[in-house]
Design a protein around this ligand. Structure first.
Ligand SMILES: Cc1ncc(COP(=O)(O)O)c(C=O)c1O
Length: 407
């Protein structure tokens, strides 16, 4: 199948770019902290094909729910990191018994552990601390504070350590994932420094420090894996050595956002008193399900231009098409706000032209609603050849899991 034959709307995952991101991460870890584990954050995009690529590349699974845990087992991940506040008890105990890395998030997990009588296991504790105080204006929750983990400031973390101690369960690691607005290197310095501080204060002997995810990836003028890992190394060396303590990272968006594109086709154009509306078969719901972005990386493929059939060329405007002052690019849903961007003084779009949105792999497919159209197809591209790795959902797929056997 070639680009021209793709059924739109659809996502494309470029395999070479995906592999390059993973290789860059692994090289940065190797160079800076050669005792490491990299877990791919399932929540970011759990397309089975993508998960299997991660597994093949040697990444383990980072999961935060019973469904994700079961999926990791189902797909044959041999190493799992189990995080988050909504673990299920069944999978929590299974994870502990099978040697997964389990980072406790709150008191009920300590209760489960106590009741289970399991003692020959190790666990990590997720640390909640005032990161905003150290990186003003940078954290996602700002002065409202993060809600995950055991609080360092209130003594909740210390109490959790004492409970583990009483139970006779070894504390093997600290988990410090934090979501930030800036994804700055500064954030990771602060996280690593906090790990050193806590380890010193409580005289811990840790097998791992899990610094979490939240990095930029594949973006010009933004930090890259080597920048983050160098900074983490510099801070961690104040309290740890690679020989004794493993560094865990849990990237999601930095790996899966850059290699994914979303292709839509112009289906109609109409003029109203307000101007030209260009209707496409793609939607904002597919590339920005939370409707939080202000702009989208995109390129235009005018039909009939050189390279069009292969998806090559960059916004080549055919000379015969007159420029238009304003064209509003809209999606297929019947929501008025399903408007993607405005094109100004560009050649007129026509049905059959394509608009390709770039860097859309993270927090898109996993949040796509079943709204008006069902899930779009996903293709993997390698050396110019396209393979369907998820079929477009039609009525059959939609009904199959709702009314099994009843039709
Ligand atoms: C515990 C944990 N680890 C890793 C990640 C991945 O973050 P990102 O996709 O920004 O890399 C998240 C995302 O929220 C998370 O909650």
């Amino acid at each position: 199948m070639n680009w021209n034959e793709l059924q739109t709307p659809c996502y494309i995952i470029h395999k070479k770019e995906l592999d390059a991101g993973i290789a860059l991460l692994q090289a940065a870890l190797e160079e800076n902290w050669n005792h490491y584990t990299a877990g791919y954050s399932f929540k970011t995009n759990a397309l089975p094909w993508a998960l299997l690529q991660m597994k093949e590349a040697g990444l383990c699974a980072e999961v935060v729910s019973e469904d994700e845990y079961d999926l990791a087992v189902y797909l044959g991940f041999s190493k799992i990191i189990y995080n988050g506040p909504v673990k299920g008890k069944r999978t929590f105990l299974h994870a502990l018994r099978s040697g997964a890395i389990v980072n406790l998030d709150a008191g009920r997990e300590l209760d489960w552990l106590e009741e289970s009588g399991l003692r020959d296991v190790t666990v990590g504790l997720r640390v909640n601390f005032d990161l905003e105080a150290e990186c003003p204006g940078e954290t996602s929750s700002g002065r409202d504070g993060g809600r995950f983990g055991f609080s360092y400031e209130t003594g909740g973390l210390r109490d959790a350590m004492e409970r583990l101690d009483k139970m006779g369960v070894k504390l093997s690691g600290l988990h410090l994932h934090a979501s930030s607005k800036t994804r700055s290197v500064n954030i990771y310095r602060a996280l690593a420094r906090k790990a050193v501080q806590i380890s010193r204060e409580y005289r811990l002997s840790l097998s791992y420090v899990d610094i979490g995810g939240g990095y930029f990836g594949g973006m010009d003028n933004k930090p890259k894996f080597p920048d983050y890992m160098r900074a983490i190394r510099e801070e961690l060396l104040a309290g740890f050595t690679p020989a004794q303590t493993m560094l865990i990272v849990e990237p999601g968006t930095s790996l899966i956002t850059p290699p994914v594109e979303y292709v839509s086709t112009v289906v109609d154009c109409k003029d109203t008193h307000a101007g030209r509306f260009v209707v496409t078969d793609g939607s904002r719901s597919d590339i920005d399900p939370l409707h939080g972005k202000r702009s989208y990386f995109h390129k235009i493929r005018y039909g009939g231009t050189p390279g069009w059939a292969a998806g090559d060329g960059d916004d080549i405007c055919p000379p015969e098409r007159t420029p238009m002052e304003k064209q509003v690019i809209c999606g297929f849903t019947c929501m008025e706000n399903d408007r993607l961007f405005v094109m100004e003084n560009k050649a007129q779009l026509r049905p059959g032209d394509r608009i390709v949105y770039q860097k859309v792999g993270g927090y898109t497919m996993c949040l796509t609603p079943l709204f008006i159209r069902y899930f779009p197809a996903v293709y993997a591209e390698e050396n110019g050849a396209y393979t369907c790795v998820r079929e477009h959902w039609g009525p059959e797929e939609y009904v199959a899991k709702s009314l099994p056997g009843n039709i």
